[in-house]
Design a protein around this ligand. Structure first.
Ligand code: AHR
Length: 520
C-alpha cells in the first residue's frame, strides 16, 4: 500500500467518513496527503521512563536568579523565595528529575559556597557566563527545597574540572549521611535534619570542552579516580553519570570505554549532549531554516542507536544507562532580548513545539535504550518550558515546549510499543505509541510547514472502543506565547474517529497531537 496518497484519493477511499466535517472551518488546506501507519499494541519496546521527560537548571542568564528564584523579600509572588507561578506550573507538568548547577557552571562551582547563612556566602564570578556576579544565595539547600516543592528527583553535577575527588566525596556525605559526622551534622545545623537522599551524581560536565578540555583517555582516568571515592551513604546508592560525547562522537565513547576496561569502579550511566542548532533568531525562521534544524532529529535518533550499541558492546554489568543530558533547539541568539531578559533567553515558537514532539517521539521509539533525557533548560535559557520577563519581571508564562511536554505526559511509565510508518524522512509524519492495559496513547507530529496530513492509524487487529485527542497547533511557525498573549498556543481538543480497528484524524501542518484510545 502506498504510504501517501492525495487528499482526493484518501477521501474517496474513506467511503463517506467526512473528517473535514468535524474540523473547524478553514483549518485544513487543500495541499494535504494521506498517511497510513500501523500501531502494534502487543510489540513491546520498553517502559517510557518518566526520567526521559526530565529537565536541567543552570546558573546562567535568568534561569535560576530571576527565573525560578526571586528571593524571599521579592515583590514577585513567591513561596519562600521560589517564584510561585513557576512552582505551580512545574508541579502541574511534573518534573521527574532536575539537574543542577550546570552545565559549564558545574565545573566552576564549589558546593560549600552555597551553604550556611546567606550573608556569609562568598561572592564569586560566574566565569562561564558573562562574568555574572554569583552571591551563592541559591545554593544546595535552596535547590533541594525546589526539588521537594515540585516533586523532582535532584541530580547534582559535580565539579571535576576545577574541583577534587575529596570535594565530591564531601558533597555526597553532606547530602546523604544521616547524622553524627561533622559534615552531616553541619547539614542538620543548616536546617536539614533528614538526609537529602540524592541518587544522581554527574561526574563533571562536557569534560571534552568547558569541563576541562580533556581527551577521552584522560577523562576516563579522572572518572576512575573520582568514582573510586564517590561512595554511597545512608542507604542512598550513588548513581554515577560519566560525561559522554558531544553529539554522536563515537571516538569519545570508544576512548572512554577502552580505558575503563578491567576496572570495577561504579558507572551508572553515560551522558551524551546533543543540541539541535538553528541558523536564525527564534521568531524569525523561514521554512527552509526550520527544516534544516528539524532534520537534526534524525541524527539524534541515529546517535541514540549508535551510542547504545557501542556501550553495549563493552558488556559492562550492570548495563550502563544512556542519558541525553542536554538537548533542545539552540537558535541564533543575540540582540536586545539577551540584554533585557538574560543570556541565552530564547523564545519558544510553534517550530520549537514541533521540535520537542519530534524528540519525545524518538525517545518513546527507543525507550529500551534510554535512561534519562534532560531538555535544556527549564526556565529562560534555550528551549525552556517557562519564560519570565527578566530577573525583575512579574510575568511567567508556559511556552509551546511546556505544552508539548504536557501532551506527552500520558506516556510516562507506559510500555512503548512498535509503530510501523512507511514515511521515514526527517520531515515526515512522526509517530510513537505506548500502552498500559486497555489504554493506548499515540503521539503524532506533523513537522511540515505547509502540508496537512490525514492519518489512518491501524491498531493491528485491536478494536478502538473510543478515542479522544488533543492538539497543539498554529499555522505560523514563528507564533509563540508571549507576555502579552500567554495562551496563543495551548492544547485543545481535536476530532478523532475510532473506526473499528483504526483511528483516523487530520493533522494540520505544524502540529503535535496525542490520542488516548480505549481498546476493546
Ligand atoms: O546549556 C548551555 C550550555 O550548553 C551548558 O552549560 C553546557 O553544558 C552546554 O555546552
Amino acid at each position: 500500500m502506498p504510504s501517501s496518497t492525495t487528499r482526493r484519493q484518501f477521501v474517496a477511499r474513506s467511503a463517506g467518513v467526512s473528517l473535514a466535517a468535524l474540523l473547524p472551518q478553514g483549518v485544513f488546506s487543500d495541499s494535504s496527503v494521506a498517511q497510513s501507519v500501523v500501531v502494534r499494541p502487543v510489540s513491546e519496546i520498553g517502559t517510557v521512563r518518566p526520567e526521559m521527560h526530565s529537565h536541567f537548571a543552570e546558573h546562567l542568564g535568568s534561569c535560576v536568579y530571576g527565573g525560578l528564584w526571586v528571593g524571599k523579600g521579592s515583590r514577585i509572588p513567591n513561596v519562600n523565595g521560589y517564584r510561585k507561578a513557576a512552582v505551580d506550573y512545574l508541579k502541574e507538568l511534573g518534573i521527574p528529575v532536575l539537574r543542577w548547577p550546570g552545565g559549564c557552571y558545574a565545573d566552576n562551582y564549589h558546593w560549600r559556597d552555597g551553604i550556611g547563612p546567606v550573608e556569609k556566602r562568598p561572592k564569586r564570578v560566574n566565569a562561564n557566563w558573562n562574568n555574572a556576579m554569583e552571591d551563592g544565595s541559591f545554593g544546595l539547600h535552596e535547590f533541594i527545597g525546589l526539588c521537594r516543592l515540585i516533586g523532582a528527583e535532584p541530580y547534582l553535577s559535580v565539579n571535576v574540572g576545577s574541583g577534587t575527588a575529596q570535594e565530591a566525596l564531601d558533597w555526597i556525605e553532606y547530602c546523604n549521611f544521616p547524622k553524627g559526622t561533622t559534615l552531616s551534622d553541619e547539614r542538620i545545623a543548616n536546617g536539614a535534619p533528614e538526609p537529602f537522599q540524592v541518587q544522581y551524581w554527574g561526574v563533571g560536565n562536557e569534560a571534552w570542552g568547558c569541563g576541562g578540555n580533556m581527551t577521552p583517555d584522560h577523562y576516563a582516568d579522572v572518572y576512575r579516580q573520582f568514582a573510586t571515592y564517590m561512595k554511597s551513604f545512608g542507604g542512598t546508592r550513588s548513581f554515577l553519570v560519566a560525561c559522554g560525547p558531544s553529539g554522536n562522537n563515537t571516538q569519545w565513547t570508544k576512548g572512554f570505554f577502552d580505558r575503563m576496561q578491567g576496572t570495577r569502579v561504579s558507572l551508572g550511566a553515560f551522558a551524551m549532549h546533543y543540541y539541535e542548532n538553528g541558523s536564525l533568531a527564534p521568531t524569525a525562521y523561514n521554512a527552509d531554516a526550520m527544516n534544516r534544524q528539524l532534520t537534526t532529529f534524525q541524527l539524534v535518533e541515529q546517535a541514540i542507536v549508535a551510542q547504545r550499541a557501542q556501550i553495549d558492546a563493552y558488556n559492562r554489568q550492570p548495563r550502563v544507562g544512556l542519558i541525553l543530558d542536554e538537548w533542545g533547539v539552540w537558535d541564533r541568539l543575540n540582540g536586545p532580548e539577551q540584554q533585557r531578559y538574560g543570556q541565552l533567553w530564547q523564545q519558544s515558537t510553534m517550530r520549537s513545539a514541533v521540535a520537542a514532539g519530534l524528540g519525545l517521539n524518538i525517545f518513546n521509539r527507543h525507550a529500551e535504550k534510554l535512561f534519562m533525557c534532560n531538555i535544556a533548560q527549564i526556565a529562560n535559557v534555550l528551549q525552556s518550558v517557562l519564560l519570565t520577563d527578566g530577573p525583575q519581571g512579574e510575568h511567567c508564562i508556559r511556552t509551546t515546549t511546556y505544552h508539548a511536554f504536557a501532551l506527552f505526559k500520558a506516556h510516562r511509565s507506559k510500555m512503548a510499543v512498535k509503530v510501523e510508518n512507511a514515511a521515514t524522512g526527517p520531515l515526515d509524519l512522526s509517530v510513537s505509541a505506548s500502552k498500559s492495559g486497555v489504554e493506548l496513547i499515540v503521539s503524532l507530529v506533523n513537522p511540515k510547514a505547509d502540508t496537512d496530513v490525514r492519518v489512518e492509524c491501524s491498531l493491528d487487529g485491536k478494536t478502538a472502543k473510543s478515542a479522544s485527542a488533543r492538539i497543539l497547533h498554529h499555522k505560523d511557525l514563528n507564533a509563540a506565547n508571549t507576555f502579552e498573549s500567554p495562551d496563543t498556543i495551548v492544547p485543545v481538543a481535536h476530532p478523532v474517529q475510532a473506526a473499528g480497528s483504526s483511528i483516523r484524524l487530520d493533522l494540520p501542518a505544524l502540529s503535535v497531537a496525542t490520542v488516548a484510545v480505549q481498546l476493546g
